[in-house]
Design a protein around this ligand. Structure first.
Ligand code: G1P
Length: 291
């Protein structure tokens, strides 16, 4: 089995119900953080982590995501004629980030089902999964932290971050034994537990390096919370066969599939941009004072 991680699966077929009404016609993955769709941040993180092939699991109403990662000859010609070379480079960049593949998820049966749809394109090798709702602002690419840890442990490994007790019901939560400072051996996983059931405050961040054996588990798993095929439940089956690790990953996590998380991401990434920083900072400070 090839153990170099060169493929990333990004499920983009989600309905985006948390972001209605905008997502009635706009895929949530294309909502921009400043001027780039959130999914581009995810693809860039994967590529900066050594990924060469991006597998988008897509579905109805999501064609514009594929268009975004393709060339746009008419627009490119116009920008070239107008000598807008900076913009020209910016619109060509998405298509040049990696080799893109798409697979179709014909029904919204859950995250686990979306990952299973990618089985034939992934084949028999470990792969990265990046969930597009979680944009991570980190000095070193978060996916690389996991890929490096995978090289050490040679077992599936999940990105983790601590969350407040009131928020455990929004995430997959793990029970785990510490191995090093930031690495854990996972002993149980529960998808969206309530505060009383949660075995810890270590939540699953939407980054995973998975052994291809996960596909067999995904085929066996029955619908879990919300009636969906859950990746977390399949990981629990995998755990019966082999070790799974968790790595606390650094960086600030923004849930861009959520309205408030999206607003926060736009402010944070906007403030990082030289051309907006001063004015945006003053604007936010003045807004704060007038409340
Ligand atoms: C998914 C996973 C969950 C994880 C979360 C991270 O849930 O099922 O375990 O903690 O992503 O964003 P979702 O947010 O898609 O419901």
């Amino acid at each position: 089995m090839n153990t170099k991680i060169k493929k990333a699966v990004i499920p983009v077929a989600g309905l985006g119900t948390r972001f209605l009404p905008a997502t009635k016609v706009i895929p949530k993955e294309l909502l921009p953080i400043v001027d780039k769709p959130s999914v581009q941040y995810i693809v860039e993180e994967a590529v900066a982590s050594g990924i060469e092939e991006i597998i988008l699991v897509t579905g109805r109403g999501k064609q514009s995501i594929m268009d975004y990662f393709d060339y746009a000859p008419e627009l490119e010609n116009i920008l070239e004629k107008r000598e807008k070379f900076d913009l020209l480079n910016q619109i060509k960049k998405p298509a040049e980030l990696a080799n893109f593949f798409t697979v179709w998820q014909s029904r919204p049966l859950g995250l686990g089902h979306a990952i299973l749809c990618a089985e034939d394109v992934v084949g028999d090798e470990p792969f990265l999964v990046c969930l597009p709702d979680e944009v991570l602002d980190a000095e070193n690419p978060s996916s690389k932290e996991l890929i490096d840890a995978y090289a050490k442990y040679k077992s599936s490994i999940i990105g983790l971050q601590q969350v407040e007790k009131e928020r455990v019901n929004l995430y997959g939560i793990v029970a785990a034994l510490p191995v090093t400072d930031r690495c854990f051996e996972i002993t149980n996983l529960i998808e969206k537990p309530n505060a009383e059931e949660a075995p810890s405050n270590l939540s699953i961040v939407g980054r995973y390096v998975l052994n291809p054996k996960i596909f067999k588990c995904l085929r066996r798993v029955t619908p879990g919370i919300n009636g969906e095929i859950q990746l977390t439940d399949a990981l629990n089956l995998l755990l019966k066969k082999e070790k799974i690790y968790g790595q606390e990953i650094s960086g600030t996590r923004y849930d861009t599939g959520d309205k408030l998380g999206f607003l926060k991401a736009n402010l944070a990434f906007g403030l990082k941009r030289e051309e907006f920083r001063e004015e945006l900072k003053n604007f936010v400070q003045n807004l704060g004072r007038s409340l």
